[in-house]
Design a protein around this ligand. Structure first.
Ligand code: HSE
Length: 398
């Protein structure tokens, strides 16, 4: 495909789709044009951007003989799955940013890529503008990977930064994040950790060669964080960050979780603020490396999409080498670790089945404990934690 002009069949014209259109207008060297765009509301988009050819029919785009690459940037994961599989089966290479769809269907999508010999690239799906998937695939490939963890969601980090640094009320920070185009159309995906979860599943596959069903991973967000928690973090000289964490233990187990963590000043991600994402990759021989960049927003994300589009021209595809690399780590939730828990009633505390409690605080309006819990237990009671508005954060010793 090297010299061929790329004719893009685009699905979705939200923040990222529009961002891609603007980018292409400014980068003629990309040698790519959007020839058709599939959207729900054709009339609205045609009126706003008459230069583009809009349709509401998926087939009209996929069967257009001019289209030689598909870019999928819609919200709806199941519709995205139909578009992506439909394109791959027609042997049209695809670039997608749909993390939920990827996290749910990666094993099958890998299979279809092999069967059809057609590439699916998705660096924009995890950590916006940071080329983290490409690095895990190509650069860290030969090292013994220990962990991949970090801030994988831009909007929750933006909200936490505004609350911690500027004392902004939660609702106002949320409004601003929406205005700037960082949030998903359903913001609970950002705030309750689901968006980070999908990204963690994708990164884990490329870092460790293991696919883990998102349902099996403990996921908890910042929705129930209050002023009392912020005060606690400040007193300890730490900040809450919403962290996605994948780690291989020395005995070959793989631990995954998404949850807030109390981060101390000596950590790289302590200073990763606003809508920036930061990923710390740890390997046996090189130690730690830190990748940082904008994780949300139309232009940063569409720049990752454009980079994948350019790679299609050079016949790049993910090889998923780690999946074939000998003995793979075994996923488990059976691990205990230190947490901070702010709770409301004694029953809340019983629910957590602490293995050990090292600190307890009890006042008229705030109760918290610090102690060790098992991740398997947290996973089992996740919905109850949320129902009871309990706030929980990992509290590492350093
Ligand atoms: N809502 C997502 C975030 C957008 O805030 O990170 C980028 O995936």
């Amino acid at each position: 495909m090297n010299k061929q002009h790329l004719n893009i069949g685009l699905f979705g014209f939200g923040n990222v789709g529009r961002g891609l259109y603007e980018l292409l207008q400014n980068v003629p060297e990309a040698n790519a044009d959007i020839v058709r765009v599939c959207v729900r509301n054709v009339a609205r988009h045609s009126a706003a951007t008459p230069a583009l050819n809009f349709t509401s029919s998926m087939e009209e785009v996929l069967d257009d003989p001019a289209v030689n690459i598909v870019v999928e940037l819609i919200d709806d994961a199941e519709a995205a799955y139909r578009i992506v599989t439909g394109a791959l089966r027609r042997r049209l290479p695809v670039v997608t940013g749909n993390k939920k769809m990827l996290a749910r269907h990666l094993p099958e999508l890998i299979h279809i890529q092999k069967e059809t010999g057609t590439a699916l690239l998705y660096d924009a799906s995890a950590c916006g503008s940071i080329p983290v998937i490409r690095n895990l695939e190509e650069y860290y490939d030969n090292d013994l990977q220990i962990s991949v963890k970090g801030i994988l969601n831009g909007s929750s980090n933006f909200i936490l930064s505004k609350i911690f640094n500027d004392g902004m009320p939660h609702a106002e920070a949320l409004r601003l994040a929406r205005e700037l185009g960082f949030l998903e159309s359903d913001p609970t995906l950002d705030l309750d950790g689901w968006d980070s979860l999908y990204k963690l599943v994708i990164l884990t596959l490329h870092a460790f060669g293991v696919y883990v069903d998102p349902e099996k991973i403990f996921t908890y967000g910042i929705t129930h964080m209050t002023d009392a928690d912020i005060l606690f973090a400040r007193e300890k000289g730490r900040r809450f960050k919403l962290i996605g964490h994948a780690e291989k233990t020395p005995d070959g187990r793989l631990i995954l979780a998404v949850m807030p963590q109390l981060i101390s000043k000596n950590k790289f991600i302590y200073s990763c603020e606003d809508e920036f994402n930061g990923v710390v990759i740890k390997g046996l021989f090189y130690g730690k490396q830190f990748l940082v960049g904008r994780g949300a927003g139309g232009h940063p994300t569409s720049s990752a999409v454009l980079s994948d589009i350019s790679s299609i021209r050079y016949n790049y595809f993910y090889r998923y080498k780690r999946m074939q690399s000998g003995e793979l780590p075994r996923f488990t939730n059976d691990i205990s670790f230190r947490v901070y828990v702010r709770y409301n009633t004694d029953e809340d505390l019983d629910l957590l089945q602490f293995e050990e409690i090292s600190e307890r605080y009890y006042s008229e309006d705030t109760r918290y404990v610090i102690g060790r819990v098992n991740l398997r237990r947290l996973h089992a009671i996740r919905h109850l934690l949320s129902e009871r508005k309990i706030f929980i954060a990992a509290y590492p010793n350093d």
